[in-house]
Design a protein around this ligand. Structure first.
Ligand code: ADE
Length: 421
């Protein structure tokens, strides 16, 4: 569709005013990104640059896109999950001057069509959450590889696959690992997922957490966050893990640790956070209690095996918005948000204050790619520590928190191994 000058495809352009309110609200709680926006608005570092983005298209993401646009970039954006786009926000992005191809409830085919539309704009830089644009460029759109300066990837799942590509020499442009910035994963993965996954479950089910057995699949940063918040609300938390060190950590953090086979018999609410597939499948569904609630907080919708759940079910019906009831004959099991990221499919994603830091990392990483164009290898680059420190310092300042500084004497003491005590 042609909205004035801008060719885009969204659900309903008339939803833009609602999206504008959401963006204004989010912006007020994103001081770090706002300070980068001020700098970019003045300096226009991205003048003449097209940035292709595939991110969960909700209000905070739109603020990132607007920041880059204010820095001079042409923005072409789509979602990175068929259920996470907020249609009012997508409409407002068009009004603001971006090219947008995204709506909630895309079919698989539409989802890939939209990713391809972004690539049709021949981006210089790509920004991904889940690496879909980067994979598409390396598989079906290789003709565009030469013109790409680099990419930025936001999530653990994407980074694992990109590192595998780099190890095999298959990566054809540099990618910045935004996920592993301290100011990303320590806050976004832990406090972000911890709060937003529980929030998505609560808004959707209106059920009580206190007194329930909450089974958390995986004890990485996301699992830690979910476990911490569920415990804080009075759940008895059970962790399942495949990594002995993480399992031990969970045990010493005070949680019950057991196999998914055992946990399946007693769990009331299950939340997967692993980044791996088939965490919960047929053997588990068969022993679950009547009324078990299943939610996934990992990037892909393959952590809960929906195919096996469907084939065990005698019937499936929607019993409440975003809740499917699978009737197995002797019991009913409830799946939230089609097993897609529960915090975005059933909620608004991570809190604004958290995405402030994640997206500050994205904004600075895009500039890093631009400034180092031609100087980087086709590899996965870690965020410079100075960038993390800058973001953490700005965040602390916005929270009115002051910290101590090392004295010259202390600096010398730490640097001089000869001095002794
Ligand atoms: N909002 C935008 N991107 C998000 C993400 N990756 N996780 C949670 N909320 C988000």
């Amino acid at each position: 569709m042609n909205y004035g000058e801008i060719v885009s495809k969204v659900k309903d352009i008339n939803l833009a005013p609602e999206g504008d309110l959401k963006m204004e609200w989010a912006k007020n709680y994103m001081p770090v990104l706002n300070s980068i926006r001020e700098e970019y608005s003045a300096d226009k570092p991205f003048e003449g640059i097209t940035i292709g983005m595939a991110l969960h298209l909700e209000a905070k993401t739109a603020i990132l896109a607007e920041t880059l646009m204010n820095g001079g970039a042409k923005i072409v954006i789509t979602g990175c999950n068929p259920l996470s786009t907020q249609d009012d926000v997508a409409a407002n992005c068009v009004k603001k001057g971006m090219e947008v191809y995204a709506w909630r409830g895309e079919t698989d085919e539409e989802y890939y069509e939209n990713l391809n539309k972004v690539l049709d704009a021949k981006p210089d830089i790509v920004i991904d959450d889940g690496a879909d644009l980067i994979f598409l460029l390396h598989t079906q759109r290789q003709e565009l590889l030469d013109s790409i300066m680099g990419g930025c990837e936001e999530t653990t799942t994407g980074i694992i696959r990109l590192k595998a590509m780099a190890d095999e020499g298959a990566l054809k442009f540099p990618v910045v690992n935004v996920n592993d910035a301290y100011t990303k994963h320590l806050f976004d993965n832990r406090y972000g997922t911890g709060q937003s996954a529980i929030d998505g479950i609560l808004r959707t089910t209106n059920l009580l957490i206190a007194g329930k057995n909450v089974v958390v699949g995986g004890y990485g940063w996301c699992g830690k966050g979910v476990a911490m918040r569920a415990a804080g609300m009075g759940a008895s938390v059970i962790i399942t893990e495949v990594d002995a060190i993480r399992a031990l950590e969970a045990k010493m953090d005070g949680f019950r640790v057991m196999t998914m086979n055992e946990a399946s018999k007693i769990g009331d609410i299950f939340i997967t956070t692993t980044g791996c597939k088939n965490i919960i499948g047929a053997p588990h569904f068969l022993v679950m209690k009547d009324g078990a609630v299943l939610a996934n907080a990992g990037h892909f919708d393959n952590e809960i095996n929906k195919e096996e759940l469907s084939s065990l079910a005698k019937s499936v019906k929607t019993v409440r918005y975003n809740i499917e009831e699978y009737d197995l004959g002797n019991k009913k099991i409830y799946l939230l948000g089609e097993g897609r990221l529960v915090n975005l499919a059933c909620g608004d994603g991570h809190p604004c204050e958290v995405m402030d830091m994640s997206f500050a990392n994205q904004a600075l990483s895009a500039k890093f790619i631009l400034e180092n164009n031609g100087k980087l290898e086709n590899n996965v680059y870690e965020i410079p520590y100075e960038q993390d420190l800058r973001i953490a310092s700005l965040k602390l300042k916005s929270m009115d928190v002051e910290i101590d500084e090392l004295s010259p004497e202390q600096r010398k003491y730490l640097a001089d191994w000869k001095e002794g005590t």
